[in-house]
Design a protein around this ligand. Sequence first.
Ligand code: C2E
Ligand code: MG
Ligand code: MG
Ligand code: MG
Length: 284
Amino acid sequence: KAKQAGKNRFQFYNSEFCDLMVEKRALVGELRKAIADEELVVFYQPLFDLKSKKLIGAEALVRWFHADRGAIAPSVFIPVAEEYGLIDQLGHWVLKTACRQLVAWQSRYKPELVMSVNVSYQQFGRYDFVESVSGVLQGTRLAPQSLHLEITESTALIDLTHTKAVLRQLQSIGVSIAMDDFGTGYSSLSCVKDLSIDKLKIDRSFITNISTDERDAAIVKTIIALSRNLHMKVLAEGVETPEQLAKLAEFECDEIQGFLFSRPLDAEQFEAQFLQRNMNEEEC
Ligand code: C2E
Ligand code: MG
Ligand code: MG
Ligand code: MG
């Protein structure tokens, strides 16, 4: 059992000790140390333009490779970081790391690449969030137009007045906003009605059965039409099969992301596979 690799190992550890609180407290301590010791790594998953098949950029996804427990999934440690006040530091580190990486890739390979970075509701809620983003942009000398920030519907709806103001400020400095996991929240439509969003990222749960389930297909088609009509870009998350891709092409989705093209990779692998290989003609 203990030999189970990756995130499974953590789950076994969990159930064997049967004491979530003790377990969580241990995890918090280790996460604090991991942040300080830079045991965390940013991985990058490529984003492609569906029509041209060209690489647009990457989504930054944080990884934790624990010395004893193996890989711990972000779905496990991000909520812990949020609960214990560690997400600001973690999120800021991811943002800085990803921006710095993009600057290097832009100057070496493709100036038009973009970086999409996830923002936690707690980071987003801070009074100085915009200031910290512009601080990172200045510090890394990244053009604001190259940065996309991903927030979820639930983050956006915590405080609509705050959200409107923050989005306006971010867009005024040139940063784009993507609505992550679109369709899974309780008020997807009020989000797009009230907020100025640059891109919708259709949640993977709608893409999974798109080629076999007519209802999922209809929903995806409708979200794509919605984004067209409201002048937003639209991306499909979690594309795993050629059949799903064919449907998305038929519906004229703008952008795609998923295991069919690549899993998230470390910077070196990303560079080797998507930047060095064909500097002019990436194909997915
Ligand atoms: P997300 O932002 O929706 O990121 C997409 C997730 O889907 C990633 O999981 C990615 O590995 C996974 N994915 C991509 N393509 C496919 C596919 O074709 N099939 C399947 N099954 N999965 C696919 P990951 O990296 O485990 O991250 C999970 C979530 O954790 C993210 O969901 C995001 O909400 C959060 N997260 C990750 N990194 C960060 C970060 O730096 N900051 C914050 N605040 N949250 C993060
Ligand atoms: Mg995301
Ligand atoms: Mg997502
Ligand atoms: Mg998701």
